[in-house]
Design a protein around this ligand. Structure first.
Ligand SMILES: [Mg+2]
Length: 420
């Protein structure tokens, strides 16, 4: 396998190199340098929405939460007949929909959608919403934002990516993640092989540990699976491993060394996700790039993680973290520090589609983005008659106005309005 890059080169060259190269074991230790927090804060606070591209006001007239079977959609309409729709993650919305309707939607009704950022600020103060920060609040803010961006894009004839751009790429690779923690190492490798055959990708991820803990079974499985996946899938495979905060520090480092020895490309959440000091200790002990941040809900804590180089790849979830523009703020801070930003993708609700708009405009994202399989919602990519389908392990990023898709209008019309 290739042993071409060390951590420093990786950080200097960013995403393109990540795509091309295994990040393999190497001699260099991580850089101690930190990035100026004040500079990061300025970068993170800069506007993301390109208001200069939006000539016409779009006054939000109605925001409707629609339930269609197991799916939920948030539909925004403006005073000029414009419409935007975001699909909600079914497993989240059914728990949090009152937060969406009570705490998020009211800030935006009657307001110009082009004022997205000042409205997002106002939303934090309304009803003291900042005290509610965390996945249940931010995922609601994300659906609202995505529906508004879709509306603004469709009104202006521009893709969402153009509105938060400039656009830097038109297609992106995928990696497929196995969620399995109970099967044998051999069964997981078979599953990964199946993903590769199905999508044409070379990049896959699997789970280590037992999620927030280990067991004798998980320890034995980790020790077998790490070398087996490399041997069975070949030196060309790009392999990621995700421990979901399973390990204490010594085991996290030992497991990281095993991953390095087998040329793994990234190691996600080795220790407690909310312990920056431990994560940093793992980072300093290893050369393999560390990923983390899928649980994070604070822009300020991402700023701290980036300044301290706690991880090499920051992973805000576009939905759980509060939306596309907020995730782009994290990516911009990471770029200033020479780090990568590769979002965590929540399953269902077209999360992968929203990620494509992110990848379109973020120069320092990785070439392989998490993909959890096709969504159940009936939609087609605008200008085609089919949903997103990978070709040779890659997705063409939809270029049409807004989010670049069309949900089946008959299906959407069947939606029952949900009210408080
Ligand atoms: Mg993860």
């Amino acid at each position: 396998m290739e042993m071409a890059m060390d951590r420093r080169q990786f950080l200097a060259t960013g995403g393109a190199a990540f795509a091309a190269t295994h990040i393999a074991q190497a001699g260099a230790s991580s850089q101690a340098a930190t990035v100026d927090r004040a500079a990061l804060r300025r970068i993170g606070a800069a506007p993301v929405l390109r208001r200069d591209l939006l000539a016409d006001a779009a006054i939000v007239q109605s925001v409707d939460l629609l339930r269609i079977g197991k799916q939920w959609a948030l539909r925004v309409r403006d005073d000029q007949g414009g419409e935007g729709v975001a699909l909600c993650n079914p497993s989240r919305i059914r728990s949090v929909w009152p937060i969406l309707l009570d705490r998020v939607v009211p800030t935006f009704v009657g307001k110009d959608a082009r004022d997205l950022h000042s409205l997002q600020d106002a939303m934090m103060l309304r009803q003291l919403n900042y005290k509610w920060a965390g996945l249940p609040f931010w995922v609601c803010a994300a659906w609202m934002e995505l529906a508004l961006l879709d509306l603004l894009g469709r009104r202006s004839g521009r893709s969402v990516a153009e509105l938060v751009g400039p656009v830097v790429r038109r297609d992106v690779g995928l990696y497929h993640a196995s969620g399995d923690r109970t099967s044998s190492a051999e069964a997981v490798v078979d599953e990964l092989r199946g993903f590769m055959a199905e999508t044409g990708t070379r990049a896959v991820k699997f789970r280590l540990g037992a999620r927030l803990s280990t067991t004798p079974f998980s320890d034995a499985r980790d020790a077998r699976l790490i070398p087996l996946a490399r041997k069975a899938l070949g030196d060309d495979a790009i392999l990621y491993a995700d421990a979901n905060s399973s390990y204490e520090l010594p085991q996290a480092i030992a497991t990281g060394r095993l991953l390095q020895a087998h040329g793994y490309a990234a190691y996600e959440e080795p220790v407690a996700f909310d312990d920056m000091d431990e994560m940093k200790a793992v980072a300093d002990a290893l050369t393999i790039p560390l990923g983390g941040g899928e649980q994070e809900s604070s822009l300020r804590r991402f700023e701290a993680m980036i300044a301290r180089r706690v991880v090499d790849i920051v992973q805000p979830d576009i939905l759980y973290f509060g939306g596309l523009t907020r995730a782009i703020r994290v990516a911009r801070m990471a770029q200033a520090a020479g780090l990568n930003a590769a979002p965590h993708i929540s399953g269902g609700g077209l999360g992968f589609l929203y990620m494509l708009q992110f990848a379109a405009v973020v120069p320092n994202t990785t070439d392989y983005q998490e993909y959890k399989g096709a969504d159940a919602a009936p939609y087609v990519v605008a200008g085609t008659d089919r949903p997103l389908t990978p070709v040779g392990g890659r997705f063409a990023i939809p270029q049409g106005p807004g989010l670049g898709i069309r949900l089946d209008p008959d299906w959407l019309a069947r939606g029952e309005k949900v009210t408080l």
